[in-house]
Design a protein around this ligand. Sequence first.
Ligand code: SER
Length: 379
Amino acid sequence: MDSASIRRKFLDFFENKGHKIVPSAPLVLKNDPSLLFTNSGMVQFKDYFLGNSVAKFKRIADTQKCLRVSGKHNDLEDVGLDTYHHTMFEMLGNWSFGDYFKKEAIAWAWELLTEEYKLPKDRLYVTVFGGDKNDNLPVDEEAKELWKQFVSEDRIIHGSKKDNFWEMGEQGPCGPCSEIHIDLRPESEVKKKPGKELVNSDHPQVVEIWNLVFIQFNRLASGALEPLPDKHVDTGMGFERLCMAIQGKTSNYDTDVFRPLMDFIANEAGVNYTGSTEGKSDIAIRVTADHIRAVAFTIADGQLPSNTGAGYVIRRILRRAVRYGFSYLNFKEPFFHKLVPVLANQFKDVFPELHQQIEYVTRVVLEEEVSFLRTLERG
Ligand code: SER
């Protein structure tokens, strides 16, 4: 299945279950002082969870552009060095605003993964919240019982607050969560060590793919948890990782989500991409392919690179890419901007905002890289 079909299947599946399909919100947040960027699918629905406004549809699904490069959720330093973290990624999500809760969220996630996408059941593990003394919260026995209908108990793992209690930021909607992890290692490796022992241990082929959050609280500035008037569901599935699993790859960058960019970069640099996590040129190709997505989509969503705030974060990402290209791919002339049309064409039907501003975004990236290359050349 190519990535477009994988995305389509997710949206169709939830549309058939009564969900309204909505567009992605912009990456840039202009009126939420608690966040610089949209870091997860639920951000655009925050006010529904908090009860500040009423959702027009009680069930929604979408694919959301997300950026995890600042604040509580920040993956920037891992990007390029490993094969499964990104600055900008797509999060497939389904939501219930005071409608269905754990039972349906769990049953549907299992149905979609195993019956529609046909992922092997014996490679899937699930985690549930193991409770937390400081917050006075119990083990999520309800989620555990529900999972037992689908997976044997030895595949259900108790997780800590760090992994199994989702919070949007220092403040805001939150709740216990249940994650689905997949073991993509070859059979010979699996025989030596069960995947269960590698869940949540940063193994590149035993990765979380889907997080089902059961939103029940608001974290206040004081740190206290305030129960919300209603219970909600917020799920987020890493689209690029899902494609890796379905397409039988061991790296997100080997899927058709990244191949057009990866091939273009390798070709321009005149190098072969081998997929290693050690080789500098391989790392640089991944960094460049990843970072253009964050930079181009953010500029298209209205954030110019600058010296402060969100603009500074974008400038730093752009410079990280240009520096890797300059140092390890021998790009001494402006190159990064050439990736904008490749990306825009690829995502024309998913996030058309980039394609609609292709010349503008290309020009902004070019100006930035020209000025930074001058600095690099001066040493
Ligand atoms: N908010 C959760 C996450 O980002 C699920 O969507 O992982």
